[in-house]
Structures are given as C-alpha cells and as structure tokens.
Design a binder for this molecule. Structure first.
Ligand SMILES: Cc1cc2nc3c(=O)[nH]c(=O)nc-3n(C[C@H](O)[C@H](O)[C@H](O)COP(=O)(O)O)c2cc1C
Length: 432
C-alpha cells in the first residue's frame, strides 16, 4: 500500500485561535469532560491517529484561555480512554518539573487502561513562570535539554524493567511474578537516581509512544534519538521540507531508520465550502483579536514583553530568548519573507498560536496538505482547529473524505495500538 498520512488532533477546549471561543456556538471551556468526549468521538469518526493534549504549569490570565484554565492531561486522557476504542491518547508532561519514575508509571498505566494507545509528549517547559510553582529556579535552555535526555532514558529504562511475560499468576505453583523476569534499573546520573523496577508490568506497546516538539538543535537531537512523533512548527513549505530532512538525516547516527519517526507539522485549517466562505470564517475570527488577548501570546512566543513596541511599527530587533527556539525562528523568518509589521505577526500568533494557518475551500486545503505530504515535508499533520466543534467538524466532514478518495488517508482503523496506527514496531526489550 502506498504511504498514507497520519493525523493528530491538537486539543484545546476553547480552540487554537486565541479568541475562538467567542465564535457563536463555539465551545467556551476546557473543563467540561462531556464536551471533550464529544470532540474525541468526532476525532474517531475522522479516523485520526491521536488526540494530543498539551500542558503548561502556570496560569496567566493574559494568555490563551485554554493555557490558563484547563483539565490536567493524564486525568483527562484516562477519562477519554474509556469513551474511545481506537484513537491514540497523547499528553504533555514536563521533563523539567516532573520526575521520571512517576511519568513512566503514569504512561504505562494509561497504556494498560487504553489497550496500547498512550503517548507521552516530552517537553522541557519554556515558561520560566512554572518554576515558582515548584519552589525552584527555571534552568536555562541547555540545562533543560540535558535533563530531558537523561529523563527520557530513565523512563524508557523503567518500561524495560519487566519482561512481557513476567506476571505469570500460576495458580498451581502459587508464583505470581517470575522474579527472573523483573529487574531493577539501578540508574545513577547527573540529574536522577532511580532504583526501579517500576510497579507496573510492561505495557501493551512495550514503550508508549514518545513525542517531542522542540525545534532547537538539542531539541532535534533529542527527537532523533528518542521520539516516535515530532510536532513541527511550520510556515513555509521549503523551510518545512528542510527541517523534515534535517531531522530524518539525524536518525541513522542513533541506529534508527528515518521512517521510525513520524513528523507532524501543526496546521490550523479554516475550511469552507468555497474559498470565499473560508475567508469570511477567518475574518470573523480575527475580529475577536485585541491587544488584551493577543499581546500576551506574542510575548510568550518571543520570550520578551512585546507591549512596549508600536504595533504598526517594524518588528523590533530582539536578542534571542531562552524560551522557544522553534516558534521564534520560524515566525521571524516568515516575517522577513513577507515584510510583515509587528501587527501582522501579532495577528498570526493570535490566529493559531504561531502555527501555520491554512484557509480555503475543502478541495484547496486537501490539495495543499497533499502537496506538503508528497513533497516530503510531512508524514501527516497535527490539526489545530480554531474552535470546537464547528471548525473541527468542517475538517472531518469536508477534508478527510477528499483525502480518503485520493487514497491518502485510511478508510477504517486497522491494528490495536497507536504503534499499529503509526506503522511503528513494538520495541524489543533489551533486558530479557
Ligand atoms: C505542537 C507543539 C506542542 C507543544 N506542546 C507543548 C506543551 O504542551 N507544553 C510545553 O511546555 N511546551 C510545548 N511545546 C514547546 C516545545 O515542546 C519546546 O519546549 C519548545 O518549543 C522549546 O524548545 P526548542 O527551543 O527546542 O524549540 C510544544 C511545541 C509544539 C510545536
């Protein structure tokens, strides 16, 4: 069968657009599990590979509403697991502010609960404001990635402490766990000291899927070594293709085949039955943008307070921030290419939090996704609806069928686990 696309749904209850919730009929909360279940049902109807829940560890009322008032990802994903059957369940947990034993345990649990559909988005946390909630200082970018590397190794090491058949529960002999099939980890490194084993048996996927979204040099190296999915920030096909190629080219050095990582650029689709209708929908959304909601987001993405600059002036020359490398690099490069003012940039960030906005008739949206996929710039896409449910329904009902007709997307779920959906092998356990 020819190569097919993969789709993730980036779930933010009030939508990816900063003020998507103001659209009449749009969902205006990220704290209502019943509504989230309905979105999950739509994602399964659309045969998506996974639902992805980001996370942050501080609340800033000036930021995106769904960054500020949100359900905790692991709790939410466990609740969705019971309401879905096929779709992968991805959630962010920070390598800077969590501990690897608890993370390994939580994702192994979610993998068992969901029958092999768990995915961990390992992020280093860019917002320095998180530190104050953990009684600590925010480590710098390089240090965050050093810790992340060791963190991921401890997590995967813990998942491998158990052989698949360690729990024998032999009623005749009375042996419940074969002691030869469980071993400690005995990890001691610069950041962590973890004895192990984990207190949960090896999970259906062996290793739950790991995703990564860092675009910096250490971010790409970590992804090339450890990630199954990479969420990319894109604004331009040629740049996205270069990023895709650069990431894939790094895999062989870690003994991995380039196909072992699935690259999903983020896209906010605004879909109409005609191009005009789509443009009107986007214009409606942009009317809700104002300095009170968009400047905070812009400052967050750039790691600098942007409220001091004139919106209709040029984009200021800012020193590189220690927060995100991915967003700043991609956005500044687009701004240069398109001769954007600070206001243009602010509109772009307000629209899709700095991700790519793809507005058009369903056929045009499908054409563009196909073009990127066939150009080798993506293995699929992380879909970021501006609001729910309407904008997501539009994508599922209007765009997915076109991609299916073209043989570019599945027409039924096949396989039991998220690894199966992504076409990724279950990792062997090197210990047994
Ligand atoms: C699609 C996508 C999702 C992300 N999700 C989160 C998240 O949930 N929480 C978070 O703190 N950072 C998140 N990030 C930020 C990155 O994981 C990373 O920490 C950040 O881009 C800084 O790394 P870099 O300098 O290597 O780009 C996300 C980034 C992207 C592109």
């Amino acid at each position: 069968m020819s190569r097919q696309m993969h789709f993730g749904l980036f779930l933010l209850g009030t939508g990816s657009h900063i003020a998507g919730w103001r659209q009449p009929g749009a969902m205006d909360t990220f704290q209502d599990i019943e509504k989230v279940r309905q979105i999950a049902a739509t994602a399964e109807r659309g045969l998506f590979d996974l639902i992805f829940m980001g996370d942050n560890l501080n609340a800033d009322p000036a930021s995106h509403p769904s960054y500020t008032a949100r359900l905790e990802p692991m709790t939410l994903l466990a609740a969705i697991a019971g309401a879905t059957r096929h779709i992968g369940l991805g959630g962010t947990v920070s390598t800077t502010y969590a501990d690897p034993f608890s993370v390994a345990r939580a994702f192994a649990s979610l993998d068992h609960i969901s029958g092999g559909r768990a995915a961990w988005n390992a992020v280093t946390t860019s917002a320095p404001a998180a530190a104050a909630n953990f009684g600590t200082q925010h480590p710098d970018h390089a240090r965050r990635y050093e810790r992340a590397g060791e963190f991921v190794d401890v997590v995967t090491g813990l998942w491998d402490c158990w052989a698949d058949d360690a729990i024998c529960a032999d009623r005749a002999s009375g042996v419940y766990i074969d002691p030869a099939k469980v071993r400690p980890l005995d990890h001691e490194g610069p950041f962590f000291k973890v004895k192990g084993p984990l207190n949960i048996g090896r999970s259906p996927q062996g290793h739950p899927i790991i995703s990564q979204a860092g675009g910096s040099e250490p971010g790409q190296m970590l992804a090339a070594r450890t990630a199954d999915i990479v969420f990319a920030v894109v604004q331009d096909l040629a740049e996205a293709k270069a990023g895709y190629d650069s990431l894939k080219a790094r895999l062989p050095a870690f003994g991995r085949h380039p196909d072992e990582v699935c690259v999903l650029p983020g896209v906010m689709p605004v879909v109409g039955r005609t191009a005009k209708e789509a443009r009107e929908k986007l214009n409606d959304l942009m009317q809700f943008v104002d300095t009170s909601n968009a400047l905070g987001m812009l400052s967050e993405r750039f790691g600098h307070d942007m409220s001091a600059y004139a919106l209709d002036g040029p984009i200021p020359d800012l020193p590189e921030a220690d927060t995100y490398k991915s967003f700043t690099g991609v956005l500044l490069s687009k701004a240069r290419r398109d001769g954007m003012s600070l206001r243009d940039l602010y509109n772009l960030v307000a629209a899709a939090r700095g991700h790519w906005v793809l507005c058009g008739a369903a056929e045009e949206v499908a054409d563009t996704l196909q073009q990127w996929f066939e150009a080798g710039a993506a293995d699929g896409f992380n879909v970021m609806p501006p609001y729910f449910p309407g904008a997501f329904d539009d994508f599922v009902d209007l765009v997915i069928p076109i991609l299916q007709e073209r043989g570019l997307f599945r027409t039924a779920y096949e396989g039991a686990t998220l690894r199966d959906l992504l076409g990724l092998k279950r990792p062997a356990n090197p210990n047994f």
